[in-house]
Every structure is written in structure tokens, then in C-alpha cells.
Design a protein around this ligand. Structure first.
Ligand SMILES: NC(=O)C1=CN([C@@H]2O[C@H](COP(=O)(O)OP(=O)(O)OC[C@H]3O[C@@H](n4cnc5c(N)ncnc54)[C@H](O)[C@@H]3O)[C@@H](O)[C@H]2O)C=CC1
Ligand SMILES: O=C(O)[C@H]1O[C@H](OP(=O)(O)OP(=O)(O)OC[C@H]2O[C@@H](n3ccc(=O)[nH]c3=O)[C@H](O)[C@@H]2O)[C@H](O)[C@@H](O)[C@@H]1O
Length: 480
């Protein structure tokens, strides 16, 4: 019986291992984490992450062939295959600060594997890492191997939050990179046989280690680039009277371009796009490829521009002052169907509004109040100037109220900002909301979820990213 241990029970480790256990009943899977709180939650009815469909998968296997434990060393020692799915955030200090990946957690996991192992193992990079990380990990493991054989595989994860279970059940592809040696190829086959229990063979791509590592960074860079491209177009649409929804529909019909991932928005968020592109930029710079680095950096510059453009729109639309005005923030997570707020555009938008002295009523169906306060009060690292993190003034933070419904958030507000595309925002009773707001009442839709014409008929002044401007906004001074 194959024993798998996964170090790191986060957004990737938890769902990925749950699905392997579900699809491979003969494999015993144990997820280990140093966070007692997370493991306790995995063993409870309140899982540590909100992900549609995850509860059912976990309940089906937990206690049978899926286990969650804080006994990290014991389970690593017993495993045949060790997945490493620890966090790899952007470095905030020292060499490469603001861009390079911080591999502290990864390295300590690798050293621990070397220390506690008493048998040969396959070690799988599940975390997203800089290309050539496997080489460093190999060195750590082989220098401490005591004669055991460690094969390193790169098996990056492509799931997206909010659709993780579906993505894992029917992945577009599974990527496995390994050494081109007999030992490396044998290890690839072991992992391929596991995925092969539910993923069709033609969807399992096997490459060398460096291609697998780089493909993960490249995939995220290409995806984020599409969003920055359509967001750049959204600014031009607003300036010219074109409609970004019509433009994305028209270009997406070209099968070479394709229709997915062309939704203009207030900006992309999430724990990975910015981090992985910065990492790519750093690797390019280290390899002397400054033109390539600058090209990818621009994807993030446009994303930052889109967030500040949105804040500027709000301020100028409201007579250039939002001081003391109450603004309802609908949605705080970085996308719908997740409670994750890492790098959510809502943080930058809220900080921008608070910096202009607004009062905020924030509502999100999945993000707890304490998380919102934590996110807004944390010093903000600017990736260009990482050594000067900016903190919010504590008086500004006192202007934040977290509420429990969209109706509560919008009561007596001057304006509404929609920052996450939660389905429930599409079916709100906007007439009722309008009646309870200050006038003129504004809606700033950062996700193109509302019916602009319908809201204008009710009486709202509506701004929707990339849509033809409301006559009210056209007469306001230029904002960029
Ligand atoms: N979040 C996502 O949707 C995706 C993330 N990734 C990548 O997967 C990796 C993990 O991401 P997330 O799961 O989102 O991170 P996360 O922060 O949710 O989870 C990481 C977990 O690792 C644990 N950990 C850290 N060091 C440890 C150690 N030495 N021993 C045991 N546990 C340890 C932490 O306590 C934490 O619970 C990252 O490299 C990320 O870039 C890849 C694809 C999708
Ligand atoms: O490496 C990772 O962490 C993952 O990053 C993304 O997944 P995720 O960040 O969970 O979610 P996405 O659906 O990609 O959305 C990211 C951000 O882009 C925004 N977005 C997405 C699509 C779009 O058309 N427009 C747009 O603004 C979303 O609202 C969200 O803020 C990738 O889609 C995954 O393939 C990858 O595994």
C-alpha cells in the first residue's frame, strides 16, 4: 500500500490530497502541518478553507484513507511519497526583497525530510517555486541522505480557488517533471500511476524538472497577462465609448484568442499571480534578461494602475471629496466562492478610500470580520519599494464597519463599490437599496455584475469598468 504524506495543509495541500485519497482508495494519505489550528479545523466540521464541494470529499475519506496530523516528522518518516505544499511568499527582506520567492519554509521542510527519513522516498514539489529549486532541494537531501535514494519530482498545481474540486477532478492537464535518469523516470511513473487512476493518460504531461517548474510560472504569467490586457483595454473603452464586454466577446470569438479569462475587473488578486510574476521577473533579472523582466513587470504595473484608477473614479465622481461619506463595499475576497483575501484588490481599494477619509461598511459572505480588520491594518509592502511598508493610520481604520448583509452595508450610504462578483450581488433588490441611500446614489461596479441600464433607470449614477460612461461621470475632471 502506497503511503503519501503532504507537508502543508493549506489551499493546495488540503484539497489536492483529499482528491487523491478520494480517487485512490488504496493509497493512504496524511496531510501534516505545523499549524495546530489548521489541522484541528481539518479534523472538524468547520474546514479551514471555504471551497465548494470540499466538505463532501473530505467527509467521504477522512478517517479511512485520509488523515490530518501535526505529527509532521512521524508521517514523513513513514511515507513513500512526500509532497511539499508549503507557502512560498515573496521575500520582504534582504537580497531579492519584493520579488524573489522566500524559500525558508521549503528549505526547512527539505532539511526535515532528510533528517527524519529512514527509507528512500520520492519528494514532490507541489508548491510553486523558482525554476532550478529542485536542484537546491536535491543538494540538501543528498548531502544528508545516509545512503537513501531521494528522487525529486516537480508536480505544480493548477487549481483555481473557488473551483478547486472540479479542477482536481477533471484537470486540463497534470504536469510531472523529473530527472532524465532511470531513477527519475521510475519516480515519474509512480506518480503518473497515481494520477492515472482518474486522469486520462493524454492529459498527463511528463517533462524534465526545469520545464515543469518554469511552466507553472509561465502559466500564471500568461493568465495574469490576459487580465491586464483586457483591463488596459477597459481604460481605453471608457475614454472612447467602446464597451469592454462587447470587445472581449468580439475578440474572444477568435479561436486563437479564446473567450476565457477576458473579464475586465478592478484588478486581479489572489496569493499567486503577483507573487509568481515577481518571481519570474527576478529570475529574468538574475539571468541578465532585463527586457524580458520589464515586459512581465508591466502586467503588474497595469494591475496596480487599474486599482488606483478605480479609486480615483470614485473620488472624482463624488465632487472630489469622499471625506466623511459612507461607502458600502460589497465583496472583500479576491474572487467569488472563496473566503481567501490574499492580495485581494479590495485591500488596495479600501485603503485608497480610507486614505481619502471615507467611512466604509464592508460586507462579504465568506470573509470573517477579524480577517478584514487584519488585512486593512497590516503594513502594505510595495513590491517596488519593499523596505518601506506603508501602514494605515489607526484613526482611518476606525472608519471601518463590517456588517452582515448587503442591505445593512448600503443603508444610508452615498455610494456602493462592488469588488467581488459574488452571485448574490446580481439579484439584490436595487430599488430597495436606492430608497435607503443618500442622494445622489452611486454604484461603482468593479466586476461588471450589475445591469447598468436598469440601475440608471432606478436613479443610480453607475460606473462599471470599461462600459460607456454615465453622463454624470463624463463631466467630471479627468481622473488618471
Ligand atoms: N492557493 C492556490 O490556489 C495555489 C497555490 N499554489 C502554490 O502552492 C503553495 C501553497 O499554497 P497555499 O496552499 O495557498 O498556501 P497556504 O499558506 O494556504 O498553506 C501552506 C501551509 O504550509 C504550512 N507549513 C509551512 N511550513 C511548514 C513546515 N515546515 N511543516 C509543515 N507545514 C508547514 C503552513 O502552516 C500552511 O498551513 C504555494 O507555493 C503556492 O504558490 C499553487 C496553485 C494554486
Ligand atoms: O497558482 C495559483 O495560485 C493559481 O492561480 C490562479 O487561480 P486563482 O488565483 O485561485 O484564481 P483565478 O480564477 O485565476 O483568479 C485570479 C484573479 O484574477 C481575477 N480575474 C480572473 C479572470 C478574469 O477574466 N478576470 C479577472 O479579473 C479574479 O477575480 C481573481 O482576482 C490560476 O487560475 C490557477 O491556475 C493557479 O493554479
Amino acid at each position: 500500500m502506497v503511503k503519501i504524506c503532504c507537508i502543508g495543509g493549506g489551499y493546495v495541500g488540503g484539497p489536492t490530497m483529499a482528491v487523491i485519497a478520494y480517487k485512490c482508495p488504496s493509497v493512504v494519505v496524511t496531510v501534516v502541518d505545523i499549524s495546530v489550528q489548521r489541522i484541528t479545523a481539518w479534523n472538524s466540521n468547520q474546514l479551514p478553507i471555504y471551497e465548494p464541494g470540499l466538505d463532501a470529499v473530505v467527509k467521504h475519506c477522512r478517517g479511512k484513507n485520509l488523515f490530518f496530523s501535526t505529527e509532521v516528522e512521524k508521517h514523513v518518516a513513514e511515507a513513500d511519497i512526500v509532497f511539499v505544499s508549503v507557502n512560498t511568499p515573496t521575500k520582504t527582506q534582504g537580497l531579492g526583497a519584493g520579488k524573489a520567492a522566500d524559500l525558508t519554509y521549503w528549505e526547512s521542510a527539505a532539511r526535515m525530510i532528510a533528517d527524519v527519513s529512514k527509507s528512500s522516498k520520492i519528494v514532490v514539489e507541489k508548491s510553486t517555486v523558482p525554476v532550478k529549486t529542485a536542484e537546491a532541494i536535491e543538494k540538501i537531501l543528498t548531502h544528508n541522505s545516509k545512503g537513501m535514494d531521494f528522487q525529486i519530482l516537480s508536480n505544480p498545481e493548477f487549481l483555481a480557488e473557488g473551483t478547486a474540486i472540479n479542477d482536481l477532478f477533471t484537470p486540463d492537464r497534470v504536469l510531472i517533471g523529473g530527472r532524465e535518469t532511470p531513477g527519475g523516470q521510475k519516480a515519474i511513473k509512480v506518480l503518473k500511476d497515481i494520477y492515472g487512476q482518474w486522469v486520462p493518460e493524454e492529459r498527463i504531461i511528463c517533462t524534465n524538472l526545469w520545464s515543469a517548474e518554469l511552466s507553472k510560472l509561465a502559466a500564471n504569467a500568461f493568465l495574469a497577462q490576459r487580465i491586464s490586457s483586457i483591463n488596459a483595454m477597459s481604460a481605453l473603452c471608457e475614454a472612447t465609448g467602446a464597451d469592454v464586454l462587447q470587445v472581449s466577446h468580439a475578440i474572444g470569438k477568435d479561436s486563437r484568442i479564446g473567450s476565457k479569462f477576458l473579464n475586465a475587473s478592478v484588478g486581479f488578486g489572489g496569493s499567486c499571480f503577483q507573487k509568481d510574476i515577481l518571481n519570474l521577473v527576478y529570475i529574468c533579472e538574475c539571468n541578465g534578461l532585463s527586457e524580458v523582466a520589464n515586459y512581465w513587470k508591466q502586467v503588474i504595473e497595469v494591475n496596480d494602475y487599474q486599482k488606483s484608477r478605480f479609486v480615483n473614479r470614485i473620488v472624482t465622481s463624488m465632487f472630489n471629496t469622499i471625506s466623511g461619506k459612507r461607502i458600502a463595499i460589497l465583496g472583500f475576497s479576491f474572487k467569488k466562492d472563496t473566503g481567501d483575501t490574499r492580495e485581494t484588490p479590495a485591500i488596495d481599494v479600501c485603503r485608497g478610500l480610507l486614505g481619502d477619509q471615507a467611512q466604509l461598511n464592508i460586507y462579504d459572505p465568506q470573509v470573517p470580520e477579524q480577517q478584514i480588520h487584519k488585512d486593512l491594518s497590516m503594513p502594505k509592502y510595495n513590491w517596488n519599494y519593499p523596505i518601506h511598508p506603508v501602514s494605515m493610520c489607526s484613526d482611518d481604520l476606525k472608519q471601518v464597519r463590517v456588517v452582515r448583509t448587503a442591505y445593512e452595508a448600503t443603508k444610508d450610504a452615498h455610494g456602493i463599490c462592488i469588488l467581488t462578483e459574488w452571485d448574490e450581488f446580481r439579484s439584490l433588490n436595487f430599488q430597495k437599496i436606492y430608497d435607503n441611500m443618500q442622494k445622489p446614489a452611486y454604484v461603482f461596479d468593479g466586476r461588471n455584475v450589475v445591469d447598468v441600464e436598469k440601475l440608471r433607470q432606478i436613479g443610480f449614477i453607475v460606473y462599471s469598468i470599461g462600459k460607456p460612461l454615465d453622463p454624470w461621470l463624463k463631466n467630471m475632471p479627468a481622473v488618471m
